[in-house]
Every structure is written in structure tokens, then in C-alpha cells.
Design a protein around this ligand. Structure first.
Ligand code: UDX
Length: 450
């Protein structure tokens, strides 16, 4: 089999590389010449654990190649994936101009039967638009070439994308022809070893599945954040509550960790887009609107605790920030809660010294020299008034607290991810603030509120 993947962003690159890994002949295409030149040298535009080695290995085996020449690359291929960006427009709806431009380019150059698959997250009805765009281009050049469109949403988590692709919980494919179903079955056969299903459905349902999955997950998080905030007020411990409810199989123990709000490239964008699509079609997604509101508020929760503790007097204070990326194992800073927290601290005249194992370069594009960057997590603590845990990188979970105590001016920790145990921190002499837990030590002059 031979496939083309258009768009070498996060989704396209992981998709193309993982297909090559199982022996399929893959060309990854992008209009960005520099990106393609770099990829040919094994230089990746993103950080994803294990991806660089996999790109190198498959490039060497000549199963994976990179090109800016879409026309030549799609000629004679069995399946062409569209994996370009769908940035949110001003009003929150997904902008389809890149997806449709690629569809047109495919229509202009395809030579044989091809299944054209949308991999980008696109609103219900997009595959129909892709089909029309291709049809128009074929007609314009008087070509009578059969083709099908399909929708194949991705469910990759950044930081675990390779595993998610190679060992998926499920693969969802929307098709409306037998021929396309057979082609997609053949393509995905190597990924079904763990017995998880390849689910075929109609195209609109597949398009909706992606939004429904992300919206449901975002809802779980906002719900738990709401519960966490209430736990604090009522003197309950959300860690206990989480365990208590998570062992009910109907609820499940995943994705119920409270924190400082969800970020990243998917949840915020997809929740907005689904609200917008519904609105355009005369329906109000009331639950999702609240999910968004709660998430926006949650990004300020850690800051509010800090401001409370210092009675609003943050000018001249220095804060050590551990973690900048929106979650561990990625350098992605899109919609990262760290940006909101840091901006609020800086606005109040505080100083920030941050460390992130991989995202500092990416973060510096937004934060510039408004903050200091530590060479490791401990360096950020020197002369800092308090430590803020913002991203739960594994290496922050068990630091040398003797060193932390020595370097910090005062033993105060604001933990936005509940990675430490409140009682243990108290026993070590820390004033510790988590999310949704009874404060082990509440300073006399202040009381933490959400
Ligand atoms: C998500 C989906 O999981 C994936 O299926 C989809 O394809 C793309 O969007 P990703 O954005 O990489 O993946 O991150 P994910 O691990 O899902 O986390 C999203 C956000 O939710 C992060 O900000 C994370 O910190 C937050 N989160 C997650 C919580 O606050 N609590 C949780 O319990 C889980």
C-alpha cells in the first residue's frame, strides 16, 4: 500500500510515521519547505517521546519520505490523509480553508482511485465539502477518476501519541462505500492486534464522535474542578472523593484529576467549535458552555490562592514555577494554564523564575524575557518566596525536599496538580496549598479560598 499524509503537524507526522512503522509506504507532505528540509535531516518540528527515532528509522528504511510536492506524491496512492490545521476563527468555529485547499489540490492531481480521508478535527459536514471540492477539480480538468471520502478522527494524546496510534483503544472510520471500507480495513489491520475495535459508521457520525469524545473528557475535568473547589469550602478532600467515585465502573478512574484547568490544542478549541456548531444549527449546548466557564475560572485558582496568602501584596515577591507546558511530556504551550498564572503574577509586580524539562524554548516565544529561566528546577528556587507546581512532570514528583527547603526563602508550596501529599508536606514543615484538599497548614492571617 502507498499513502500520502498532507500536513506534517503533530497529527500528520505521528500518523505518517506510525503507518510507515508497520511497513506501509508513506509520503508526508507540507507546503513549508524549511519544515520538510528539516524532517529530511531528522529534525522534528515538535517534541513527542520516541518520534524522532521512529522518523529516522523509517526514513532510513525508505518507507517514510518527506516532500513539498503534493501533486506527484498523491499520484497513484491508495489513501490520502488530510491532516492540516483547522484553527479557530474569531467566532470559535473551525476554519476549513486549509482542509479544502488540500482537497482541491488532491482533485487536481490524483490519477487513480483514492480514498481521501479527513484526519483533522472537522465539523460535521466537512467530508461532504471535501467531496465537492475534489469533484469540482476533477470536472474542471475533465477527468473521470473514481474516489471516496472518509472521516477518520484521531484520538492521540500528546506525550503518548505513538502508543495511542500503535495500540489504539478504538479506531473510528466514517465511510459511505464498500470500496472505501475495504481499503481502510486493510490499512488499519496491523493496528488491531490488541483486539480493540475498528468501528465503521456513517461519515457525519464519525465526525461527531471526535467532538463528542473531547467534549465529554473536558466535561469530566471541569466537573471535577467544580467538585474540588466545593470540597475545599466544605472541608472535604477531593483526592478521597476522586477515589471514592472512580471505583464505580460507570464513572471510571481516568480523567477525574482536578487541577488548574485543561489546555492544549484540542479541548479548548473543540469545546468552542461544538458550542458554535450547535448554535449555528439552533441548539444550545448548555452543559458545554458551563464546562468552558468553569475552565476559564479554574486557570486563576492557583493565582487566587497565592494572592490570598500574601494579602494581595505580590510586588517584589519571587516565585519559582515548575512546569510550563500545558501537560507533561510535551513542549506544547497552546492554552497552557501557566501563561495565565504567570501573566497575573507579573501584572502584580512579582518576579517569576521558571523551569520546564522541554518547553522553555517554546515558552520563550510567548514569555520572552519577562521571566527568568532556570537551568534546572532547583535553580529556580534560589531566593524564591514560594514554589508553584504548574505542570506535573514526573521528575517534580519526588524532589530532594532538604534542598528545596534550603533554597526557598519560606517553605511555601502552591501545588496546582496535587502531586504532593498534604500531610507529608505539613510534616516537613511546609505551608502547602493543593487543589480541592483541606489545607494541611492554614496560616493564621490568611485562609485559602478558591
Ligand atoms: C486530548 C485527547 O485526550 C485526545 O484524545 C485528543 O485526540 C486530543 O486532545 P491532549 O490535548 O494531548 O489530548 O491531552 P490530554 O492528556 O487529554 O489532556 C488535556 C488537558 O486536560 C490537559 O491540560 C490536562 O492537564 C488536563 N487534564 C487531564 C486534567 O486537568 N485532569 C485530568 O484528569 C486529565
Amino acid at each position: 500500500m502507498r499513502i500520502a499524509v498532507v500536513g506534517t503537524g503533530y497529527v500528520g507526522l505521528v500518523t505518517g510515521t506510525c503507518f510507515a512503522e508497520v511497513g506501509i509506504d508513506v509520503t508526508c507532505i507540507d507546503i513549508d519547505q524549511k519544515k520538510i528540509d528539516n524532517l529530511k535531516q531528522g529534525v522534528l518540528p515538535i517534541y513527542e517521546p520516541g518520534l524522532e527515532e521512529m522518523v529516522l528509522r523509517n526514513s532510513q528504511k525508505e518507507r517514510l519520505s518527506f516532500s513539498t510536492d503534493l501533486a506527484t506524491s498523491v499520484q497513484g496512492c491508495d489513501v490520502a490523509f488530510i491532516a492540516v490545521g483547522t484553527p479557530p476563527g474569531e467566532d470559535g468555529s473551525a476554519d476549513l480553508k486549509y482542509v479544502l485547499a488540500v482537497a482541491r489540490a488532491i482533485g487536481q492531481s490524483m490519477t487513480d482511485y483514492t480514498v481521501v480521508v479527513t484526519k483533522s478535527t472537522v465539523p460535521v459536514g466537512t467530508a461532504a465539502k471535501v467531496r465537492n471540492a475534489i469533484k469540482e477539480e476533477l470536472e474542471a480538468r475533465g477527468a473521470d477518476i473514481p474516489f471516496d471520502v472518509a472521516s477518520n478522527p484521531e484520538f492521540l494524546k500528546e506525550g503518548a501519541a505513538i502508543d495511542d496510534f500503535l495500540k489504539p483503544d478504538r479506531i473510528v472510520v466514517g465511510v459511505d462505500s464498500q470500496r472505501a471500507e475495504e481499503m481502510m480495513s486493510k490499512l488499519y489491520k496491523p493496528f488491531l492486534m490488541n483486539g480493540h475495535p475498528l468501528i465503521f459508521m456513517d461519515i457525519p457520525s464519525a465526525e461527531m464522535t471526535k467532538y463528542a469524545a473531547n467534549a465529554m473528557l473536558a466535561t469530566k475535568i471541569s466537573f471535577m474542578n467544580d467538585i474540588a473547589n466545593l470540597c475545599e469550602i466544605m472541608g472535604a478532600d477531593v483526592n478521597m472523593v476522586r477515589r471514592g467515585i472512580g471505583s464505580d465502573a460507570r464513572i471510571g478512574n481516568k480523567f477525574i484529576y482536578p487541577g488548574i484547568g485543561y489546555g492544549g490544542s484540542c479541548f479548548p478549541k473543540d469545546v468552542k467549535a461544538l458550542i458554535k456548531t450547535a448554535d449555528e444549527n439552533g441548539y444550545q449546548m448548555e452543559v458545554l458552555k458551563s464546562v468552558e466557564t468553569v475552565n476559564e475560572k479554574q486557570k486563576s485558582v492557583l493565582y487566587n490562592k497565592i494572592s490570598n496568602y500574601y494579602n494581595g501584596e505580590l510586588s517584589g515577591k519571587t516565585f519559582a514555577v515548575w512546569g510550563l507546558s500545558f501537560k507533561p511530556k510535551t513542549d506544547d504551550m497552546r492554552e497552557a494554564p501557566s501563561l495565565v498564572i504567570i501573566q497575573k503574577l507579573l501584572e502584580q509586580g512579582a518576579k517569576v523564575k521558571a523551569y520546564d524539562p522541554v518547553a522553555m524554548k517554546e515558552a520563550s516565544h510567548t514569555l520572552g524575557d519577562s521571566i527568568e529561566y532556570g537551568k534546572d528546577e532547583y535553580e529556580t528556587l534560589i531566593d524564591a518566596d514560594a514554589l508553584l507546581v504548574v505542570t506535573e512532570w514526573p521528575e517534580f514528583r519526588s524532589p530532594n525536599f532538604a534542598v528545596v527547603s534550603k533554597l526557598l526563602k519560606e517553605k511555601v508550596v502552591f501545588d496546582g496538580r496535587n502531586i504532593y501529599d498534604a500531610k507529608e508536606m505539613e510534616a516537613k514543615g511546609y505551608t502547602y496549598f493543593g487543589i480541592g484538599i483541606k489545607q494541611a497548614t492554614v496560616p493564621q492571617q490568611t485562609k485559602a479560598t478558591v
